[in-house]
Design a protein around this ligand. Structure first.
Ligand SMILES: Cc1cc2nc3c(=O)[nH]c(=O)nc-3n(C[C@H](O)[C@H](O)[C@H](O)COP(=O)(O)OP(=O)(O)OC[C@H]3O[C@@H](n4cnc5c(N)ncnc54)[C@H](O)[C@@H]3O)c2cc1C
Length: 287
């Protein structure tokens, strides 16, 4: 099928983009999800606003200790970045599970978040990392933590652009891991778990709820109180109703919690500063 008629605009500045966004318009980033939706006429916007010519949206940089991912930064850029591999290995661990190389070379990180597919990997990793989302519209700007609200549903208003994703630094000595179950290589995952562990810190995000990524707060608290990986994994999976996905998440959570265990073997607060363990984060081979 071919898309319904729409007006195409490709401005050079954020201000021009914001002036064009509103009811009946859609942002075009990598096009890996939007173009099929246009072709199938699932989406029928009156105007498509291509943001790829706006240079400032293409920046991937480390600033003030945080990682800033602009709206047109490709998923492949995360995969190749030595800064990401060194300081945010969870993103490098997760991104290689997204589709195939061709998809990652066009698809953007922000587009994956804005599209909010319940089975997408990057939103889960960003949830475990406590990312903040910078939104702008002609009305002004705001920063949101709870951006993902449900399947294909976010807090982004029709006239807003997700300009950047800010990822805070990992706690000192943190270890991270990501694992998923997908039926075939490169396909969307049925279940997945992203984890960040350091002394005094545990963050676990779950893919497999059928909705947006979930933080396993009970499991995180249990780990900080000295629970072992098996107990924490069962708690992390308990929120899932579907028995098959619950079993998958429990198994994956055990795996990633063990892989990211802090040097001391627990996540209880250290006596000194948080994250006192000197053990570096461990990127997977090839990151
Ligand atoms: C064959 C194939 C396999 C795939 N496999 C996977 C997979 O295994 N895992 C996975 O996670 N994904 C997978 N994807 C999806 C891929 O990751 C997409 O790139 C991603 O979902 C959307 O990113 P995009 O840059 O292409 O966004 P687009 O397709 O351009 O846009 C997607 C949606 O987000 C909106 N949007 C985009 N950017 C912004 C912004 N900055 N502000 C506001 N709204 C915005 C658009 O308006 C649109 O509604 C696959 C895609 C294909 C084609």
């Amino acid at each position: 099928m071919k898309p319904a008629r729409f007006e195409y605009a490709a401005p050079d500045s954020v201000e021009e983009v914001l002036g064009l966004l509103g009811e009946e318009s859609r942002v075009l980033a990598g096009g890996q999800s939007l173009v099929p939706m246009l072709n199938l006429r699932i989406a029928r916007p009156a105007r498509v606003v291509d943001v790829n010519r706006v240079r400032e949206l293409g920046r991937l940089r480390r600033d003030g200790g945080s990682l800033w991912i602009g709206a047109t930064v490709r998923q492949a850029a995360l995969e190749r970045s030595p800064v990401v591999a060194r300081h945010w290995p969870l993103l490098a661990q997760a991104v290689r599970h997204v589709g195939h190389a061709a998809v990652r070379s066009r698809g953007t990180v922000a587009g994956s978040v804005a599209h909010a597919d319940p089975r997408a990997e990057l939103p889960v990793a960003l949830t475990a990392l406590g990312a903040r989302y910078h939104l702008r519209s002609a009305r002004g700007g705001r920063v949101v933590r709870e951006l993902l609200l449900g399947p294909l549903t976010t807090a982004i208003a029709e006239d807003e652009l997700l300009t950047a994703i800010e990822v805070p630094p990992l706690p000192a000595g943190a270890c991270t891991a990501f694992a998923e179950y997908a039926r075939t290589h490169g396909s969307f995952a049925d279940a997945g778990v992203a984890v960040v562990r350091a002394r005094g810190h545990a963050a676990i995000a779950i893919l497999g709820t059928g909705s947006h990524p979930l933080r396993a707060t009970a499991a995180e608290a249990a780990l900080r109180d000295g629970a072992d990986e098996r107990e924490a994994a069962e708690l992390a999976a308990a929120a899932l109703e579907h028995p098959h996905r619950r079993a998958l998440v429990a198994a994956l959570a055990r795996e990633v919690l063990a892989a990211a265990a802090p040097a001391s073997g627990d996540s209880r607060p250290a006596d000194g500063a948080p994250g006192a363990s000197p053990r570096p984060a461990r990127p997977e081979p090839g990151a």
